[in-house]
Design a protein around this ligand. Structure first.
Ligand SMILES: [Mg+2]
Ligand SMILES: [Zn+2]
Length: 212
């Protein structure tokens, strides 16, 4: 019997789990939204994989290094851990077609909305994009969700409230909500309202004692 592939929540980073400060280039500029830790813990308890997918073209532009991005993700992990929350994996795109760092200055298949980051996560972690969710503050996050067959939620934090007023033609989100906490509520409701495959799981996916 093949093991069941897990549903996941793919989270954008800047503007979705932490404040969008432009190109984040020092750790002292990391600012969690006040609801982020509790929300990620609730998603953990619901049995969802939590995966961060982030465009970091500042690497290709020479503004910071890939080592700094990885240090930032270790820092986020440590901060989340103090609140009992866990991101299962981080994936970032270091590329940009107009970069200045030769190694990363090219078109790629992983700059969102291209699906490369989610494709890698899906292979690495055994995920099921069709039962998964993408949450972000830009339409490109919604487009990413569409590209992989996941449900897609736009949040109004970061640049989301501006993005909301300017949807690209033909792109709609499954939901537009105020922030990550509201997105998680939407997701957990969506799961409760009946995914038969999730109902099949050996352990309950929803921990009803953990409202957001
Ligand atoms: Mg963002
Ligand atoms: Zn890339």
């Amino acid at each position: 019997m093949t093991p069941t592939k897990r549903p996941a929540v793919f989270l954008d980073r800047d503007g979705t789990i932490i404040e969008d400060v432009g190109y984040l280039d020092t750790l002292d500029r990391v600012a969690f939204f006040p609801w982020t830790v509790d929300t990620i813990r609730a998603l953990n308890r619901a049995g969802l994989a939590v995966v961060v997918v982030t465009n970091q073209s500042g690497i290709a532009r020479g503004l910071f290094t890939d080592a700094f991005v990885e240090e930032t993700h270790r820092y986020l992990t440590a901060r989340l851990e103090t609140g009992g929350a866990r991101v299962d994996a981080y994936y970032y795109c270091p590329h940009h077609a107009d970069g200045t760092v030769a190694e990363y200055s090219r078109r790629c298949d992983c700059r969102k909305p291209a699906p490369g980051l989610i494709d890698r996560a899906t292979n690495d972690l055994g995920l099921d994009p069709a039962r998964s969710f993408v949450v972000g503050d830009r339409w490109l996050d919604v487009q990413l969700g569409r590209a992989v067959g996941a449900r897609a939620i736009l949040v109004r934090t970061g640049v989301g409230s501006v993005q909301e007023t300017r949807p690209p033609s033909g792109v709609t989100a499954d939901a537009v909500v105020d922030n990550l906490a509201a997105a998680a509520s939407w997701i957990l409701n969506d799961l409760r309202s009946g995914d038969p495959m999730i109902g099949d799981r050996r352990s309950p996916i929803i921990d009803r004692r953990s409202p957001i």
